[in-house]
Design a protein around this ligand. Structure first.
Ligand code: ACO
Length: 380
């Protein structure tokens, strides 16, 4: 196909990088659908494993298909002792996203055969990644505290098992349900930076562990998944409801980004933020309000007043941190937990990319010099 000439767009804004039938966003109406189903419906009625199946295989599973998928994931949760031992060698102060990226890549050492034309290989890789990423996230948390990781518990569902491995206690039904719903809300979001990264990596026909490691590295940045961690730091810095207005006004005056606000696509409140706020309120009703919730509400009010006309509203990261903190998740694990959910979307895009693959090889607009001559070191 002949190349289509078009103007350079920083951040590729508005340029389609693929055709996809996985998710749909309407940024002015605040719509997000997975395979055509509104995400709020899934968050209320589905569970994360069923939603992952829907995303990856394109339709809701039958009862038998779901039972088999859940069974397979439940029985692939353990990680090899070499991965645990490798994690013990990482610095305690290393960021858990870096640990997750290295560990996801390391899985490829054990399972990679690059049999991309074999449906069983594809299915097994998807199951292993969904099953093992939570175990790796929880394992590092215990290792850096000087403890041995907890073995996954086959009796627990996906969400309960993660919270159990992380916090070393049995979560309540509400905690597990809220966490599961938050995973659904983070599972997929069209052609964002980490998904694009996953698709570019997939297009080289490398193994799926490299695809996920590449996406994890991209999600780690503060302009993408890393923002949820920074939201709580911002709320802590603000400290009181009275400080909100001067803090936000100062951010605007100094052109400092307010974390958890703004989105390339949404020009209204992110539908995921609406659902996450409801989940936070459910948790607060049962477990007591987070001391920063009133500050968060005041921040939303002032930002809406000042920046609403520019289409800047809370994004998915604004309320997720408050939910995670109530669940006992340390703030530097917020982005790894996001990755646990987004692995479903990345795997769906991996499969979709393979089904229509052409290696990504965009062009560039060269703006450098031409025809220069080498200058010997002694003459510079
Ligand atoms: N606070 C203050 N002003 C903002 C914010 C914000 N959070 N977001 C955008 N703006 C302003 C910009 O200053 C700019 O104003 P200008 O036109 O007067 O210069 C305008 O809105 C457009 O902003 P861009 O940064 O060009 O928008 P872009 O689409 O490139 O960026 C992004 C989107 C990266 C999400 C941005 O809004 C941001 O940095 N937000 C804060 C970080 C964040 O919360 N990231 C999580 C996003 S969701 C996710 O990745 C899971």
């Amino acid at each position: 196909m002949a190349a289509i000439a078009c103007e350079y767009q920083p951040g590729l804004e508005g340029i389609p990088a693929s055709q996809s039938s996985i998710s749909y966003i309407n940024g002015t109406e605040g719509i997000l659908e997975y395979r055509g189903i509104p995400v709020a419906q899934l968050a209320h009625q589905s569970n994360f494993i069923e939603t992952a199946y829907l995303l990856i295989w394109g339709e809701l599973p039958t009862k038998e298909e779901l039972e088999q998928f859940e069974y397979d994931i439940r029985h692939h949760r353990r990680i090899k002792y070499q991965i645990r031992d490798m994690m013990k060698l990482f610095p305690d102060r290393g960021h858990p996203m870096d640990v997750l990226q290295a560990s996801a890549a390391a899985l490829g050492l054990f399972y990679s055969r690059r049999a991309l034309d074999n449906p069983k290989y594809i299915r097994d890789a998807a199951i292993r990644l969904i099953a093992k990423i939570p175990t790796m996230v929880a394992a590092f948390q215990l290792i850096r505290k000087g403890n041995d990781p907890i073995t996954p518990c086959d009796d627990y569902d996906y969400a309960s098992n993660f919270l159990y491995m992380l916090t070393e206690r049995e979560p309540s039904k509400l905690e597990a349900r809220v966490f599961d719903a938050s995973l659904i809300l983070h599972a997929e979001h069209t052609m964002n930076a980490s998904t694009f990264s996953a698709r570019v990596t997939a297009s080289t026909l490398t193994d799926p562990y490299a695809v996920i490691a590449s996406a994890v590295g991209t999600l780690a940045g503060p302009l993408h998944g890393g923002a949820n961690e920074e939201v709580l730091q911002m709320l802590e810095r603000i400290g009181t409801v009275e400080n909100v207005r001067p803090y936000i006004e100062n951010c605007i005056a100094t052109k400092t980004k307010i974390m958890g606000f703004g989105h390339r696509v949404y020009k209204v409140k992110d539908p995921r933020a609406i659902e996450l706020q409801k989940l936070a309120e459910k948790l607060f009703a049962e477990m007591g309000k987070d001391k920063y919730y009133d500050i968060a509400l005041a921040v939303e009010e002032v930002v809406e007043e000042k920046l609403g006309p520019k289409g800047i509203y809370p994004n998915v990261d604004f309320y997720s941190g408050l939910v995670y903190r109530k669940l006992g998740i340390p703030s530097d694990l917020f982005t790894p937990v996001f990755a646990m959910a987004r692995v479903a979307g990345w795997l769906a895009h991996w499969r979709e990319q393979l089904s229509v693959n052409r290696i990504f090889r965009p062009t560039q607009v060269y703006v450098g010099d031409r025809g220069n001559s080498y200058i010997p070191l002694e003459n510079r």
